[in-house]
Design a protein around this ligand. Structure first.
Ligand code: SF4
Length: 162
C-alpha cells in the first residue's frame, strides 16, 4: 500500500517551516511562494493549516491536461508532472479543487507536490508532527485512536457529573 502525506490541523502551530524546507528541497531557495505545501491562514485567529496536493484517486488535473504532462504513478500513487511535456496552459491549476497546483511567478511553470520521491522533507521538518507520511490504514487507525480518546474524555467528564 502506497504512503501519502496526511495533515493533522490541530497539531499545526503555524511556524511555516514546512514551506521553507519544501522550497529549499525543490527549488534551491527558501521562498514560501515556491513551496509545494502552503500554510494557509484559517478563519479562526492564529489557526493555520498546511495544504498540498492530495494525490487524488481520480485526479481532475490529469484528466484535463491536453498533453498528458500529468500522470498518476501506478506504484506510488503520486501524480507526477513532466515539465518537458507541459505547455503551460494551466488547465490543471483551474481544475484542481484544492489548490494543489502551484505556479512559479518567475518562469510561469506549474508545479505540485510529488512527495519528494518517497522521503517528504516537510514531514521530517515538522517538529509538531502535524504532517505525517503513512499508508491509509495506519492513518485511519490513528484517526480512530484520536476519536476514541475524545469519546473516552467525554464519557469521563459526564459520568462524574451525576
Ligand atoms: S499547465 Fe501543463 S500540466 Fe497543467 S494542464 Fe497545462 S499542459 Fe498539463
Amino acid at each position: 500500500m502506497a504512503k501519502k502525506i496526511y495533515i493533522e490541523p490541530d497539531k499545526c502551530t503555524g511556524c511555516r517551516t514546512c514551506e521553507l524546507v519544501c522550497s529549499i528541497k525543490n527549488e534551491g531557495m527558501a521562498n514560501p511562494v515556491l513551496s509545494r505545501i502552503q500554510n494557509i491562514a484559517f478563519k479562526y485567529e492564529g489557526q493555520r493549516i498546511p495544504t498540498l496536493c492530495l494525490q487524488c484517486e481520480s485526479p481532475f488535473c490529469v484528466s484535463v491536461c491536453p498533453v498528458n504532462a500529468l500522470q498518476k504513478d501506478g506504484d506510488t500513487d503520486v501524480v507526477k508532472h513532466d515539465p518537458d511535456k507541459c505547455i503551460g496552459c494551466r488547465m490543471c491549476f483551474m481544475a484542481c479543487p484544492f489548490g494543489g497546483i502551484g505556479i512559479n511567478p518567475g518562469s510561469g511553470q506549474v508545479f505540485k507536490c510529488e512527495q519528494c520521491d518517497g522521503d517528504p522533507e516537510c514531514v521530517k521538518a515538522c517538529e509538531d508532527k502535524a504532517i505525517t507520511f503513512e499508508t491509509e490504514d495506519v492513518a485511519l487507525m490513528n484517526k480512530k485512536m484520536k476519536s476514541v480518546g475524545c469519546l473516552s474524555e467525554l464519557l469521563e467528564k459526564y459520568s462524574t457529573q451525576e
